[in-house]
Write a protein that binds this ligand. Structure first.
Ligand code: ATP
Ligand code: SF4
Ligand code: MG
Length: 342
């Protein structure tokens, strides 16, 4: 049994632009392995392609190019029955629990639907018992099974959404901004619930968020996405404390430090300009138009992911770590991370 549960190679999801001229490169060449039993955090600014990548890994959007394998099986080659089994084994927790729950269905109906679809509990009584177990698992009183979504708070609704996602006994869950629409006070509770469930059930999680604090809290590894690509990935401790790619350094510099002394001296790297359109990706390094460290090879050569830092499995796509050229002013990655811009 391989340690890798989900794998993407050369994955592209391009959307045709209106008018038929050109394409929007939502996912633009992603190689990614997600290990069994880990939580991989996927972070990046709005529009960088996180949801599209998550959807493509679940085969909810078809790839334009590349492959996705789940537990060693190529998803493009699956027949209908195998696809249904894959849908049971890999699910999604959505951002907005209110929008994702049917207001006319009770919690019991919502949570038992996957049991019926996948034929997991045959009788009505067995299904009701399983719904009770699932509600308890996510910290809800089984007595709420007969209630409707509007009778719950946002945090409770998200717990119902998680119970439904767990009903098929999945191996893999994509949590796409699963705490983003919750009150700050409730976010930590749901985050801790996801972490507990991941450990208790041995789940593999792809936790998508634009919130680096949440990502650092829950992830074993962190992947950073920019304009359709993964530009840095590695153990959460390494990426979180010694980021090697200027984009990751800028993202992290914006996260408040829960230590008054350190917070006072925190130097924020303010990136210039806006994120370019994924319909007009810059040549060479796609981050070069905003990179405070860009140097001669950056407009011409697209950097590949390569080992960086000291942790094994920590890779980043940046010429500062490469063999191509040297920074014009002799800067190193460490110098760049130490020097605030603006
Ligand atoms: N079905 C679609 N058709 C056309 N363009 C799309 C479609 N889905 C996503 N896009 C575009 O693809 C790009 C990536 O979108 P995506 O939703 O994956 O980003 P994201 O990182 O999840 O953003 P957010 O943090 O705001 O959720 C965006 O430019 C978006 O407008
Ligand atoms: S390759 Fe160049 S532009 Fe890209 S992140 Fe590294 S230094 Fe910046
Ligand atoms: Mg999204």
């Amino acid at each position: 049994m391989s340690d890798i549960l989900v794998s993407a190679r050369g994955l592209e999801v391009h959307f045709p632009l209106r008018g038929g001229k050109g394409v929007l490169r939502a996912v633009d060449g992603v190689d990614l392995d997600i290990y069994r039993g880990e939580t991989l955090g996927l972070v990046g600014e709005s529009g960088c392609g996180k949801s599209t990548l998550g959807n493509a890994l679940l085969r909810l959007v078809p790839p334009t190019a590349g492959t996705v394998t789940f537990d060693g099986t190529d998803l493009t080659a699956l027949g209908r029955r195998a696809m249904r089994e894959m849908r049971r084994r890999a699910g999604m927790v959505f951002q907005d629990p209110f929008a994702s729950l049917d207001p006319r269905r009770t919690v019991a109906q919502t949570v038992s639907e996957p049991l019926e679809v996948h034929g997991l509990r045959s009788g009505r009584r067995e299904r009701a018992a399983r719904v009770g177990e699932l509600l308890e698992l996510v910290g809800l009183d089984p007595a709420v099974a007969g209630r409707y979504p509007h009778e719950f708070s946002g945090g409770q609704r998200q717990r119902v959404g998680i119970a439904r996602a767990l009903a098929g006994e999945p191996d893999f869950l994509v949590c796409d901004e699963a705490i983003a629409s919750l009150d700050v006070s409730v976010q930590a509770q749901v985050l801790n619930l996801l972490r507990r469930l991941q450990r208790q059930l041995g789940l593999t999680l792809l936790f998508i968020s634009h919130d680096l604090s949440a990502i650092r809290h829950i992830s074993d590894r962190i992947a950073v996405m920019y304009l359709g690509r993964i530009v840095e990935i590695g153990p959460a401790s390494a990426v979180g404390s010694t980021p090697q790619m200027p984009y990751t350094q800028a993202l992290l510099s914006a996260v408040p430090v829960p230590h008054p002394e350190l917070e006072r001296t925190r130097q924020r790297i303010v990136l210039r300009g806006d994120v370019p359109s994924p319909a007009a990706v810059p040549s060479g390094c796609r981050f070069r138009t905003r990179c405070p460290a860009a140097f001669e090879p950056c407009p011409d050569v697209d950097p590949a992911l390569q080992p960086v830092g000291t942790a094994p499995d920590h890779v980043a796509a940046c010429h500062l770590h490469g063999v191509i050229g040297t920074p014009v002013d002799g800067r190193t990655a460490e110098d760049v991370s130490a020097a605030p811009v603006d």
